[in-house]
Design a protein around this ligand. Structure first.
Ligand code: ZN
Ligand code: ZN
Length: 368
């Protein structure tokens, strides 16, 4: 009895505490809103841009929080969809390949399919688990070009603040919800390789299952036609003709799985293929997605003055790719690009000196 009374009193105290926490939060929120309004109204530096930015602040906050929480859902979705395709290939497609194809074609399908699958799994795992890289907090005298307004810390060149991770990211490209991680200096290669091999995998699946898709589509249409005929016969009792044979449950599932495989793989191949091509173009130019906008602005500004813009982080098309993949010798194109490799990205992400095997170009340093 005494225990029950004690528990009841504790619950009352907890409820009391919670009420106070909510009250405190509400008071803080009101105080913050009042401060914002006062600073906007009595600040001589306020202009229309600041007012619009302040009004959009709650929307940015909401988008950041939704992206942060949905990141886990998106990663689960990628794993679930990829696993479903792999299962369908193993259960429905592979037995047919083994039954109908010649030994040479079976060998090709088995080796290419597994090589592609291993590279997709490896690069996705590395892209979500490798931190993109942050400016070191303990280290003093970091080579920086500006100060981050959010972190109140020095910001090295090519570093940008991610409002979703709430951290500064070295050589930031973008925040990827499908990875639930930022794409930066240390995981950029894994992200790109994942996109590339996923596109190749989807293309492979949709090309090799195209005949099966056509057959499955025709079978589904036939199924619908049979069903309509069956209903018509059931309504007409005097009709003596034997009804058309029904499709078994296994056949129905098989055809629907093939259609699902082809539609999903083709759509992903088109969408992800376009994204991969866009990133390939950026890598060729030695830019990140953020730098693309900054450099375009700078290019136009200099063009108006009759000057030519030079990207200080571009070392030539081929060298940009070699630097991106960390390839120094010809053999490393195979061992570091076509095979799973966890070699670290070139450099520390703080300074951007060209490696010794790249001829030094005389360019002015652009602070971004
Ligand atoms: Zn920051
Ligand atoms: Zn981020």
């Amino acid at each position: 009895m005494r225990n029950i009374r004690r528990l009841f009193l504790r619950c009352l105290r907890l409820g009391h505490k919670r009420k106070f926490t909510y009250l405190n939060r509400l008071t803080d929120c009101l105080r913050y809103t009042r401060l914002c309004l006062v600073s906007l109204a009595y600040n001589s530096f306020t202009n229309s841009d600041v007012v619009i930015e302040s009004l959009f602040e709650p929307i940015y906050w909401l988008v950041d929080h939704v992206t942060r929480w949905f990141g886990i859902v998106f990663v689960a979705l990628v794993i679930l969809l990829t696993s479903s395709i792999v299962l369908i290939v193993y259960i429905c497609v592979l037995p047919l390949i083994l039954q109908t194809y010649s030994a040479g074609w079976i060998c090709w399908h088995l080796s290419y399919g597994h090589w592609n699958l291993i590279l997709i799994i490896f690069h996705y795992y590395k892209a979500i688990t490798t931190p993109p890289g942050h400016p070191p907090q303990a280290q003093k005298n970091i080579p920086s070009v500006s100060v981050c307004r959010k972190c109140i810390a020095p910001k090295p060149a090519r570093t940008h603040h991610c409002s979703i991770c709430n951290k500064c990211i070295l050589k930031m490209d973008h925040h990827c919800p499908w990875l639930n991680n930022c794409v930066g200096h240390y995981n950029h290669r894994y992200f790109f390789s994942f996109c590339l091999f996923m596109t190749l995998g989807c293309l492979y699946c949709s090309i090799s299952s195209r005949i099966m898709f056509r057959e499955a589509y025709a079978a589904i249409e036939k199924m619908k036609h049979h069903e309509a005929e069956r209903l018509q016969l059931a309504g007409n009792e005097t009709y003596s003709q034997t009804p058309p044979p029904a499709f078994t449950f296994r056949e129905r599932v098989f055809h629907k799985c093939i259609i699902y495989l082809w539609v999903l793989c083709s759509s992903v191949a088109v969408a992800l293929g376009a994204l991969t091509l866009w990133h390939a173009m950026l890598i060729t130019r030695g830019e990140t997605s953020i730098e693309r906008h900054i450099n375009n602005k700078e290019r136009k500004r200099l063009q108006a003055k009759g000057k030519i813009f030079h990207n200080p982080y571009s070392y030539g098309r081929c060298n940009n790719w070699r630097l991106f993949f960390g390839v120094e010798t010809q053999l490393q194109w195979i061992t570091r690009v076509l095979l799973p490799s966890s070699h670290p990205a070139y450099g520390d992400g703080l300074t951007w000196k060209a490696p010794l095997w790249i001829p030094v170009k005389q360019t002015s340093v652009l602070a971004i």
